[in-house]
Design a protein. Structure first.
Length: 448
């Protein structure tokens, strides 16, 4: 079955390498910029079909009479489906063309959003949104492979962070677009229009992207950049999917540490994004519009945090991601603590602390993903990325219904205590990776 699926997305063959060094340099400059903006637009558009439902939800409640609890189930469904899809699609993506893989996922999510806009049944909604989560998972592993293929280790943090702000741009843009559509044309338009845009975006990516430098006649990025590649350690050489998982993923202790830390980072990120508007409404007398506007400070801070974390890891720490992950996670603890004690009525302090939280959260949100692919075996880059991402979205799911129960039983003080505790746990699991630069010898390799 897996072989049939991978055949649909067969990677592009390598072309003869161009010998003219000047032509190589010129072509590389052009292709790297083209790859970056194409991935940026493509992944930002994934947010159009991921966040559209959240913005349509008030209209669905008014039009169809569903309760918040009933519609909240869909949020948990997509988080779980998306998390598992990242792992599965990572395995599939390592054997596929990232160009077609990513485009196919985006086109499919666009179609699902349009069908969702035609439906009215809660059961149909749940099925479609679970399906949407599955195909949403096709974006991240493909981008991971493209970023590794086109940008070398010594510079990857800066390029990756520049791409990663597409999260913030996409989330902000769909809030503006879908908010306008829902307000003026009804909730169904908030599903139709993003869906159509993403279908067009999928064809745009097919036109713009290429799998690897070798697919356009260029040398591998490490050769072009003269980056020192670590000497390979003794590894078991296997080709089956299961053997790859056991040899290069499940026995890689670095990936487990990163994955567990990611769980807590995503718990804190999702908790702050999803619950902050309600906290502001219930405790600080904000209107719905005011609360949502204030919560966007997290995305604004995240935009700059992404860029700063990538730059710092490359320029200040010699392409080591560990120190920046730890320092930003400590800042995350501080930011959430400060926000929880801001006095009522101090709007500028609320804005500043929410921006600080976003700045700090999006550092490890981005760099843990970078570390995962750099500490992974070259034959399991997308699989390793999908593995840690799958764990991260279990953290996102835990920030939904389970955290809601905590808020219900212990109030907002319990809410903040839980998030701060999760942030501290992220720091503790990232500390052992402070000095990590190369992947460890796996247990399977050590016994070979």
């Amino acid at each position: 079955m897996l072989a049939k699926l991978t055949a649909l997305f067969a990677p592009a063959p390598h072309l003869p390498v161009t010998e003219d060094s000047e032509a190589v340099a010129k072509s590389y400059r052009s292709w790297r910029i083209r790859t970056l903006y194409s991935m940026f637009i493509g992944y930002a558009l994934y947010y159009f079909t991921r966040k559209s439902y959240s913005l349509a939800m008030p209209g669905i409640i008014t039009d169809l009479g569903y309760t918040k609890a009933e519609l909240g189930i869909l949020g948990s469904i997509i988080a779980i489906s998306y998390g598992f899809s990242k792992f599965f699609s990572g395995i599939l993506s390592d054997k596929s063309s990232p160009r077609y893989f990513m485009a196919f996922g985006l086109i499919t999510t666009g179609i699902i959003n349009i069908i969702f806009g035609m439906a009215s049944s809660l059961i149909v909604f749940a099925f479609l949104w679970g399906l949407n989560g599955w195909f949403q998972g096709f974006g991240w592993p493909a981008c991971s492979r493209l970023l590794v293929s086109w940008y070398s280790k010594s510079e990857r943090g800066s390029w990756w962070s520049t791409w990663n702000v597409c999260h913030n741009v996409g989330a902000f843009s769909i809030a503006v677009l879908a908010g306008f559509l829902v307000q003026h044309f009804g909730w169904r338009s908030g599903m139709y229009v993003p869906g159509l845009i993403c279908i067009a975006g999928g064809f745009f990516m097919v036109n713009r992207l290429r799998d690897t430098p070798q697919a356009v006649g260029l040398p591998p990025i490490d050769v072009y950049r003269n980056d020192v590649v670590p000497s390979p350690v003794k590894e078991a050489t296997t080709s089956s999917t299961w053997d790859t998982l056991v040899t290069h993923v499940f026995t890689n202790r670095y990936l487990w540490l990163l994955g567990i830390a990611y769980f807590f980072v995503y718990f804190a990120r999702t908790a702050m994004n999803d619950w902050t508007p309600m906290y502001l409404i219930e405790t600080r007398n904000y209107s719905l519009i005011q609360a949502n506007s204030m919560a966007t400070m997290i995305e604004i801070g995240g935009f700059f945090g992404n860029l700063a974390a990538g730059w710092a890891s490359d320029r200040l720490f010699g392409a080591r991601r560990g120190p920046v992950n730890v320092l930003f996670s400590l800042g995350m603890v501080l930011g959430i603590l400060l926000f929880s004690i801001v006095p009522v009525g101090a709007a500028w302090q609320e804005s500043a602390t929410l921006a600080l939280i976003g700045f700090m959260i999006f550092g490890p949100q981005m760099l843990i993903g970078v570390a995962a692919v750099e500490l992974a075996h070259k034959s399991a880059i997308a699989t390793s990325s999908g593995f840690v991402s799958c764990i991260s979205y279990m953290g996102a799911a835990a920030a939904g219904y389970p955290l809601g129960i905590i808020i219900q039983e212990f109030g907002w003080s319990g809410h903040f205590s839980t998030i701060i505790g999760a942030s501290i746990m992220a720091v503790l699991f990232l500390l052992p990776l402070w000095a990590a630069k190369e992947r460890p010898v796996t247990l399977a390799a050590a016994s070979a």
